[in-house]
Design a protein around this ligand. Structure first.
Ligand SMILES: Nc1ncnc2c1ncn2[C@@H]1O[C@H](COP(=O)(O)OP(=O)(O)OP(=O)(O)O)[C@@H](O)[C@H]1O
Ligand SMILES: O=P(O)(O)O[C@H]1[C@H](OP(=O)(O)O)[C@@H](OP(=O)(O)O)[C@@H](O)[C@@H](O)[C@@H]1OP(=O)(O)O
Length: 382
């Protein structure tokens, strides 16, 4: 099959290949999305690759299912990255959203947040954004970690112990609230028979817990589209509670999937401001833009909390690749508009989705595409 730009201008439809784990496919590929996209000239095509194939056969199978104008995906690992690479050398004009190298950065809770520390926000907002203080225990069961030597001065209690690795596995979401050095010692000494973070000999991130009025703001990004929603979070911890919780470790997992908090529900500590008040939208948009440009990603969300003690101080605590967009009321429009804007840009219209032939031809195609180049490395950033 051959897809060309002149066809597209004449009403040719766009083929978007998608590759997701079954759970993601089920939640994201809704009939409402397929219908809306289809009415606007976009056909979503499932990419299917059998596990039993060898790496090279799997790459060939992906090539056979092409060409696509664009591939969207949330699959990880060497095998999938290799398939994409092979596919891209055959069809360099296909936009791979997003490039695996850019996604990779979100798989480590330190590297994912570096982009936030490097941000320079417009001072007109009178708002500061940072990352809570944090320290990594590379060897959680080493005597230095167990006796808290590694963390001396780096963070203050309470902290949240998070697996450093954030690869989407159930384990990577297992966290613990730790209230003092004794609790941390308990956590690190717990035998490997338990299933919490404590069981892990894998590196752990200790991130300072910030009181934030039990509300987390989730900012969903699709290219330039930004939507901020409120979700329930952990309650604030008072000094009295800290004393009462001495030596304790409280495990939890994926609590931000709980329903949105109701006004007046908060158990905050007599805050001077309303913890439910949404952050200013121009600030959220500027923050999302900065993170998007820094990460060179189009599909992600990030979690922001506001310091209970200072309404001008925000913290970004997590960034997720290709989150649960279907939870947003108008994700069908957001996604379709994003793809159409992208595929209808002049550079994109020049695309001829034919197999690459000679190296020379390929190079000239790359020149044509500039930064949006194929080869699986489209950054699509303005
Ligand atoms: N530093 C912090 N201070 C206060 N609360 C925090 C902090 N870090 C995390 N939390 C709370 O814990 C929740 C889970 O943390 P985090 O987002 O890092 O975990 P996750 O498993 O990666 O989440 P997700 O399910 O969104 O991928 C947050 O939504 C927030 O409610
Ligand atoms: O399953 P849901 O729809 O809730 O989406 C969640 C998504 O799971 P999925 O990709 O398996 O679907 C998670 O991905 P992994 O970290 O586990 O890779 C992460 O992005 C969460 O932040 C998303 O929740 P949200 O932030 O949108 O509330």
């Amino acid at each position: 099959m051959k897809i060309s730009s002149s066809d597209a201008a004449a009403g040719q439809r766009f083929r978007i290949g998608y590759a997701f784990a079954p759970k993601k496919e089920q939640s994201f590929i809704q009939p409402s999305l397929l219908d809306h996209a289809s009415q606007n000239g976009i056909d979503f095509v499932p990419i299917s690759i059998t596990d039993s194939l060898s790496e090279e056969e799997a790459a060939e199978a992906l090539i056979q299912q092409g060409p696509f104008h664009c591939i969207i995906h949330k699959l990880y690992g060497h095998r999938w990255n290799h398939q994409l690479k092979q596919y891209s050398s055959k069809y360099p004009q296909t936009l791979i959203l997003d490039p695996p190298d850019s996604i990779e950065r979100l798989h480590n809770r330190v590297s994912m947040l570096q982009v936030v520390s490097a941000l320079k926000l417009n001072s007109q907002f009178n708002i500061s954004v940072s990352v809570p203080k944090q320290v990594v225990l590379q060897n959680p069961q080493s005597p230095d970690s167990i006796h808290n030597n590694t963390i001396d001065g780096a963070v203050e209690f309470p902290v949240i112990a998070k697996p450093l690795l954030a690869n989407g596995s159930a384990k990577s979401h297992e966290m613990c609230l730790v209230f003092d050095p004794k609790g941390l010692q308990t956590l690190l000494l717990t035998t490997t028979t338990t299933t919490t973070t404590s069981a892990s000999t894998q590196p752990i991130l200790l991130q300072q817990f910030v009181n934030h009025g039990e509300v987390v703001f989730k900012v969903y990004v699709i290219g330039e589209y930004v939507q901020c929603v409120k979700r329930s979070s952990l309650p604030d911890i008072s000094e009295q509670q800290l004393t009462a919780l001495e030596g304790q470790v409280l495990p939890f997992s994926q609590i931000s999937n709980s329903p949105q908090p109701q006004e007046g529900d908060e158990h905050g500590l007599g805050l001077a401001h309303d913890p439910h008040e949404m952050p200013p939208s121009d600030f959220v948009e500027e923050l999302a833009r900065g993170i998007r440009l820094g990460l060179k990603l189009n599909f992600f969300n990030f979690d922001v909390i506001r310091d209970s003690g200072n309404p001008h101080s925000y913290f970004v605590i997590d960034i997720n690749y290709f989150p649960g967009y279907a939870k947003l009321p108008s994700y069908e429009q957001m996604l379709t508009n994003f793809l159409l804007a992208l595929l209808n840009t002049p550079t994109q219209k020049d695309h001829q989705l034919e197999p690459a032939t000679t190296e020379e031809e390929e190079e000239s195609d790359h020149d044509h595409l500039g930064d949006r180049g194929g080869g699986g490395d489209a950054s699509l950033l303005p």
